[in-house]
Ligand binder design. Structure first.
Ligand SMILES: [Zn+2]
Length: 471
């Protein structure tokens, strides 16, 4: 498999350190609020990467942290701790907030068919590991104590900016926030490994350390959790592109200074989900969550397809209209699959040709939009339905779009429609709704749908027109 490596700025043939198992680390969520769908795009693409690696024959051991301490509002060392902010907002304790939003995150993942990594470790579980790493960094002269905090000394590195394709704006992160410079830092990019002089009196979680009672900086957790579970050599580190600097840059600085050798070979960064007003974030505009998509009538699988239709290294523009297009595409795909009749016969040669196209798409730097095209190719292929269904099932072990399940349930519904006895009154209402829709009188169409729903009738839009069934 060829993958783009942010560290070398090239597509490279992927080769794990040990042929038996790929060691993969994923930066997990900061659990102070619901995940927005921009964050979830990153987790969807990382999930596809893991499944594609498994599909092409690797075992994968994947580890994810859960940030429940130390992540300050600016991503650098300024602003309020996000967890403390969340706890205040909801008048709960930090641990209550952490538990609630960790559960909410994995519920979103479940809905989006994102596999839970083998190891999920909350940052607050590994305090001794951080103390161990920070102690070593002080001993070998890579860290210093100033004003009560422990800082990493970036001037001791041969090279600090390892991902030179992050943009200028990201580099100015500490300055951009408009928060006062930390006078304790010897160099502008030095970062906190351990806080003791917190100006936030209400920081809830504090631990004893050789440098006084305090709490860890944000970056140290990923280095320690990765090394704890995956050892000193990591194959792939993943995350959103906005984490390349400062978070991943700092992870590399401290991990390699601690280990004394190169730490991670491949860096996989997923680009932004934007809205038409710019980068999606929790602070601006509509807060887009999986639940909101569902409230608006979008199956989470439609969002997964929307993400797969575009390459992970391109910014993706979200709008309700774009999502509506993905919904139409998904429903068309499912209704076509629903017409396939399983004859139980698989033509090996035809199957392998289809599979090769799909595998080539994955191997070309995880080109999921080509992989989606390979799904359409199956439907167009001149082969029997049994072969097509076998190929679709095979592909969906990576895509995880529930294509066959959705087709099955559509067939079920269509059967029930056929079995429902004709009812002229219902037929008339269904017709009135179709006409209201044609006339773009959506309020009337929705009112009729609601009335039918109250009478236990579900409307199903099919390629053969609108049908109904008793539920
Ligand atoms: Zn991280």
């Amino acid at each position: 498999m060829y993958l783009y490596n942010s560290l070398t700025h090239k597509k490279e043939l992927f080769k794990p350190n040990c042929p038996d198992v790929v060691k993969m680390y994923t930066c997990g969520p900061t659990v102070y609020h619901y995940a927005h769908i921009g964050n979830l795009r990153t987790y969807i693409m990382e999930d596809v990467l893991e499944k594609a690696l498994r599909y092409t024959g690797y075992n994968v051991k994947r580890v994810m942290n859960i940030t429940d301490v130390g992540h300050l509002a600016s991503d650098a060392d300024t602003g309020e701790d996000k967890m403390v902010k969340g706890a205040k907002r909801e008048n709960k304790t930090v641990m209550q907030i952490a538990q609630f939003y960790t559960d909410a995150f994995f519920e979103d993942c479940r809905k989006l068919n994102i596999k839970r990594p083998e190891v999920v470790e909350p940052a607050t579980n590994c305090i001794d590991n951080y103390i161990g790493m920070v102690s070593r960094l002080i001993e070998n002269g890579k860290a210093y104590i100033a004003g009560g905090n422990v800082y990493f000394d970036t001037s001791k590195l041969g090279q600090y900016y390892v991902f030179n394709d992050h943009d200028e704006e990201d580099l100015a992160v500490g300055v951009r926030e408009g928060v006062e410079e930390d006078k304790n830092k010897k160099n502008r990019n030095d970062f906190v490994l351990w806080f003791t002089k917190s100006k936030f009196e209400d920081q809830a979680l504090k631990w004893d350390s050789p440098w006084g009672v305090g709490y860890p900086g944000w970056h140290i957790e990923c280095s320690c959790i990765s090394i704890k579970h995956l050892g000193a050599d990591l194959d792939i580190h993943c995350g959103g592109i906005d984490n390349a600097f400062p978070h991943h840059t700092n992870e590399i600085a401290q991990s390699e200074s601690f280990l004394g050798h190169k730490w991670c070979n491949y860096w996989f960064h997923v680009h932004h989900l934007n809205t038409d007003t710019g980068k999606m974030s929790k602070s601006k505009g509509e807060f887009l969550t999986v639940s909101l998509l569902e409230e608006k009538g979008f199956d989470p699988m439609v969002y997964r397809l929307f993400c797969l239709q575009s390459h992970y290294r391109r910014n993706l523009v979200f709008s309700w209209e774009n999502l509506e297009n993905a919904k139409i595409a998904y429903e068309k795909l499912v209704s076509k699959i629903a017409t396939l009749q399983d004859d139980g016969v698989v033509d090996e040669a035809a199957f392998n040709a289809l599979k090769e196209r799909f595998t080539n798409a994955l191997n070309a730097d995880l080109n999921t939009s080509l992989a989606v095209t390979a799904v359409y190719d199956v439907l167009k292929a001149k082969t029997n339905d049994g072969t097509k269904l076998a190929a679709l099932k095979d592909f969906d072990s990576v895509m995880c779009l529930n294509l066959l399940q959705a087709a099955q349930s559509l067939r079920q519904k269509q059967k029930q429609v056929e079995e429902s006895s004709a009812d002229p009154e219902i037929d008339a209402l269904v017709l009135a709704r179709t006409e209201a829709k044609k006339a773009k009188n959506f309020a009337k169409a929705d009112a009729i749908r609601d009335e039918l729903k109250a009478r236990g009738i579900e409307i199903i839009d099919t390629p053969q027109g609108t049908k109904w069934r008793k539920v």
